[in-house]
Design a binder for this molecule. Structure first.
Ligand SMILES: NC(=O)c1ccc[n+]([C@@H]2O[C@H](COP(=O)([O-])OP(=O)(O)OC[C@H]3O[C@@H](n4cnc5c(N)ncnc54)[C@H](O)[C@@H]3O)[C@@H](O)[C@H]2O)c1
Length: 341
């Protein structure tokens, strides 16, 4: 039986996830959609899906067994809390929420419910290249990781949609999460350096260099450029005690002609991480079908939110800002075991 899914937010990534859930993957059907822009929801609704006026009505509907949240970050908290209150598994695009207090409220609600229901959209963890990189580090042949250089470049961001804080409170969460996951570590403190501002970004604070001081003493440096014009370019290199492991640039056809030798660069995240998003949902469908979640958790969303908050404090103070985490609830220990299909 296909899992009946309701989608909240039918903008760029909502539409892309609807495409993959209806045209690429099996085991799911979209039975409901909603968006504050009703016309957008109607245009995105697959045949037979009901268009709801509000997220609350969609979450409460018997036609919905699991929910995919693709609305803007500030709307996520209320929608997540409604899903948890209804006991419905929910995939929530990053960021989990946009403040530490909101993240704690979602943790409290899920812990009180007693079972993991939330998966956060940190798709890099499902990317085959990142998984191979992690396997090399975990294998131990290179020794302990000491530094990780993370590069996160976007061609552009939609004009007017984001404030100047966006690179730190929206983009950085991906690098924060992948650093925690790759190094199996937590972020203890954050520093931010702001170079000369790009003239292409308007009010945006762009680019930025962020230093993540990990609990082990390892240091991660992150370049965030969200208006770099040439394409979407994600790189990473882990320096260990006895060697270096690097994330390859995306393999692409090599063109040789009178202009030289070149490879295409992905335009945006949809192209670069297309297989990662597919795999992320493949695994989510299995877990949600069993009433739970196994991927990046509310705890991981909370940790990434703290890094964004600390980065904003670090911009204001010009110095190193520490992170204090609450004690990790047992619910966020090893992922729940799933029944064999
Ligand atoms: N994982 C990734 O790589 C990735 C990539 C892009 C976007 N995202 C995240 O996905 C989310 C959506 O991003 P997007 O690029 O699709 O933005 P978007 O602006 O294209 O779409 C968001 C949609 O949500 C709707 N919406 C907003 N608030 C709502 C609410 N309260 N109730 C119902 N609908 C609401 C808007 O009307 C819009 O149609 C954001 O949180 C963003 O950070 C993640």
């Amino acid at each position: 039986m296909a899992l009946k899914i309701g989608v909240i937010g039918t903008g760029m990534i909502g539409v892309d996830h609807i495409r993959r859930l209806t045209q690429v993957l099996s085991g799911a059907e979209i039975t409901a959609v909603t968006d504050i822009d009703r016309a957008r929801a109607e245009a995105a609704a697959p045949k037979g899906a009901q268009v709801f006026d509000t997220p609350k009505e969609l979450i409460g509907s018997d036609a919905v067994e699991a929910v995919v949240i693709c609305s803007w970050g500030p709307a996520h908290e209320e929608q997540l809390l409604d899903c948890i209150a209804a006991g419905k598994p929910v995939f929530c695009e990053k960021p989990l929420v946009t403040s530490e207090a909101a993240a704690k409220r979602v943790i409290e609600a899920e812990v009180a419910f007693g079972r993991r229901l939330v998966q956060v959209g940190f798709m890099r963890r499902f990317d085959a290249d990142y998984r191979r990189l992690k396997a090399v580090i975990d294998g131990g042949s290179l020794g302990a990781p000491l530094m990780y250089h993370s590069t996160h470049r976007n061609a552009s961001v939609p004009e007017g949609l984001y404030t100047s804080d966006m690179p730190l409170n929206d983009t950085l969460v991906h690098d924060a999460d992948i650093s925690r996951w790759l190094l199996d570590d937590e972020v203890a403190a954050v520093e931010v350096r702001v170079p000369r501002r790009s003239t292409r970004g308007g009010e945006l604070r762009d680019p930025t260099i962020v230093l993540l001081h990990m609990t082990s003493g390892a240091i991660v440096d992150v370049e965030i450029s969200v208006n770099i014009a040439y394409g979407y370019d994600i790189r990473g290199e882990v320096s260990c005690e006895m060697g270096v492991a690097a994330l390859p640039n995306r393999p692409a056809t090599v063109i040789s002609d009178r202009f030289g030798i070149r490879q295409a660069i992905p335009e945006d995240w949809r192209e670069r991480f297309i297989e990662a998003y597919d795999q992320e949902f493949r695994e989510w469908i299995v877990a949600a079908g069993q009433g739970t979640a196994t991927g990046p958790s509310t705890w991981d969303g909370y940790a990434a939110t703290l890094v964004g908050d600390a980065a904003l404090r670090a911009v204001a103070s010009g110095t190193r800002e520490s992170i204090e985490m609450i004690e990790k609830p047992a619910l966020y220990g090893p992922a729940p075991a799933l029944a064999a299909e």
